[in-house]
Design a protein. Structure first.
Length: 557
């Protein structure tokens, strides 16, 4: 087995079971999302853990959709979940499973409990049942319908299934202990009447099992060995074990771990759906969303997300992870794989007055200095170029190592230039054109000029420059904990500057052939990717993450 010191606590428990021969040495996990929304970064942690356990111990992992609430579920969500899991690099065992595959079996389980005197049909309203449950400090009271006979309960439950009663008029409850200190054991609900068309079973059923009844039994039907879930289900475990014991079915073992909480982010699918429906964002895959599809569109790589999940580890207590750590993981991966290109986001024209008019030459540029196999490409260099407006100052301070009057800088992979003059708008004071001379014997890699230049600027040739739209994304929420302010609406903390769109940018001509899924580092500006909104007439690039790494700097102190 593995070195225990390098294992997380879930792996330690799994290895104990393997060593003891429990489950005949098998490891069979599952990932059970509800198809009522798109997966987010918190689900990515669970995916990596569950599928990782299956891979590590030569076992299997099932994908099972918990589709027991037909009102909120949709095949769109099923398809998106499958796509996200595969994009992260994981494959499930056999075909995907659904809780709805087991509706007949779950109904049989419910009938079995009724026959054992362990379940009954209750005619009380939801409000009455909630009142009967008591409080954490006061015991509950028995329902007046708790002592119905087995025969009457079987008849009523069959009537529920056959659609003889109105929605909400009756409910099936487990008969456990109304005085239990665990509120979840105070005769929990098992089945409710809900007339709604199911995305897979259509109108076959008008009763649906509650999650607490369907979940554990689905694990048992699939003979899952280790049911790994988040901490909020810890208090549900005695209920799952009670059902297993009463039904005498496969005893899957539940192990709970701390869910992922990320700063400046909302992880509630209900609240994320609210953002989508109220059009605060442009859909589930908006690059500002914490969804896996949003992160994919923003340019995060699968490896970066997996590395992030591995870096934060698996804990027993809830904690909050800095958003900067996620960005660090993204930069760390993209630095290895992203092609270095030139893009000027806020351009100003630079004219090299002593460079021959009409001449264009090709300069060699490394595709990625971090990758010795990445090779080089050529880029056109000419008399008129675009540089970043921020790279020129009329009256620069001493430590400004970019361009200014009579200052020297090197154009990346090109020549050293010296600024000789510039024009500016007399009303706004904005620089409109910069004029320079170049030093022909200073070409990068062949420099014999002896001229010193402290700064290096990126650029694109005006004639060959490709106009693009640039979308600069920031964190969706300005507050680290937008959902933790009591009665305040979490939407009050939406960041009004989470998206800035630039329509003045130009990129080098090689990016005309950019493809979806490619990663680029715009030199000195950050990491970018092509957005699906792009067309032959208009290229759109998203900034994935900037170059500045606040998390790494902070943790070096």
């Amino acid at each position: 087995m593995s070195n225990k010191e390098s294992l997380n606590f879930v792996e330690i428990e799994v290895e104990k079971d393997l060593e003891s021969g429990r489950y005949d040495g098998r490891v069979h996990t599952r990932f059970p999302p509800e198809p009522n929304g798109y997966l987010h970064i918190g689900h990515a942690k669970s995916i990596c853990l569950n599928f990782g356990l299956g891979e590590k111990y030569g076992g299997k992992t099932n994908l099972r959709f918990d589709d027991t609430n037909p009102v909120t579920e949709d095949t769109e969500y099923v398809d998106s979940i499958k796509k996200d899991i595969q994009w992260l690099g994981f494959e499930w065992d056999n075909e995907a499973y659904f809780a709805s595959d087991y509706f007949d079996k779950l109904y049989e389980f419910a009938v079995r409990l009724i026959k054992k005197g362990k379940a009954y049909v209750d005619d009380s309203s939801a409000e009455e049942i909630a009142k009967m449950k008591g409080t954490p400090t006061e015991p509950g009271v028995n329902s007046p319908y708790r002592d119905r006979s087995v025969e009457e309960n079987l008849r009523l439950f069959e009537g529920m299934k056959n659609g003889e009663y109105e929605d909400g008029s009756r409910i099936l409850r487990a008969k456990i202990d109304m005085e239990s200190p665990n509120m979840l054991l105070r005769d929990p609900n098992m089945y409710r009447i809900k007339r709604a068309t199911h995305h897979r079973t259509g109108d076959k059923w008008c009763i649906y099992p509650l999650y607490d009844f369907a979940h554990g039994q689905s694990d048992a039907i699939e003979e899952i060995t280790h049911s790994v879930c988040t901490l909020e289900f810890k208090h549900h475990r005695p209920l799952y074990e009670w059902f297993i014991e009463q039904l005498e079915i496969y005893p899957s073992r539940q192990i709970e771990f701390a869910r992922l909480n990320l700063e400046n982010t909302i992880m509630s699918k209900r609240k994320l759906l609210q953002l989508v429906n109220e059009k605060h964002v442009n859909g589930w895959d908006d690059p500002r969303m914490p969804t896996i599809s949003g992160m994919r569109r923003r340019g995060y790589s699968p490896a970066a997300i997996r590395n992030f999940c591995d870096r934060i580890g698996v804990a027993k207590r809830d904690n909050v992870i800095e958003f900067a750590l996620l960005e660090f993981s993204v930069r760390e991966d993209l630095n290895k794989v992203a092609k270095r290109v030139m893009g000027v986001l806020n351009p100003v024209k630079l004219v090299i007055t002593n460079y021959p008019e009409g001449k264009t030459e090709e300069v060699d540029i490394d595709n990625n200095p971090e990758d010795p196999n990445a090779g080089t490409r050529t880029m056109p260099f000419s008399r008129e170029l675009y540089i970043e407006r921020e790279d020129f100052m009329e009256d620069p301070p001493r430590k400004f190592f970019r361009l200014g009057p009579e200052r020297n800088v090197r154009l990346k992979s090109g020549y050293i230039i010296t600024c000789t003059d510039f024009d500016k708008d007399p009303e706004t004071g904005e620089i409109t054109e910069i004029r320079c001379i170049y030093h022909p014997d200073s070409k990068s890699g062949q420099d014999t000029s002896g001229i010193k230049a402290k700064g290096v600027l990126h650029w694109v040739s005006v004639e060959q420059a490709v106009p693009v739209e640039i979308r600069l994304y920031d964190r969706l929420f300005s507050d680290p904990n937008p959902g933790g302010h009591g009665d305040k609406d979490f939407k009050e903390f939406l960041n009004p500057d989470s998206l800035e769109i630039l329509n003045t940018a130009f990129v080098e001509p090689s990016l005309k052939d950019a493809e979806l899924g490619e990663h680029f580092q715009f030199m000195r500006k950050g990491y970018f990717c092509l957005d699906p909104d792009s067309s032959d007439d208009k290229l759109v690039f998203n900034r994935t993450v900037g170059l500045r790494d606040s998390w790494a700097k902070k943790n070096k102190k």
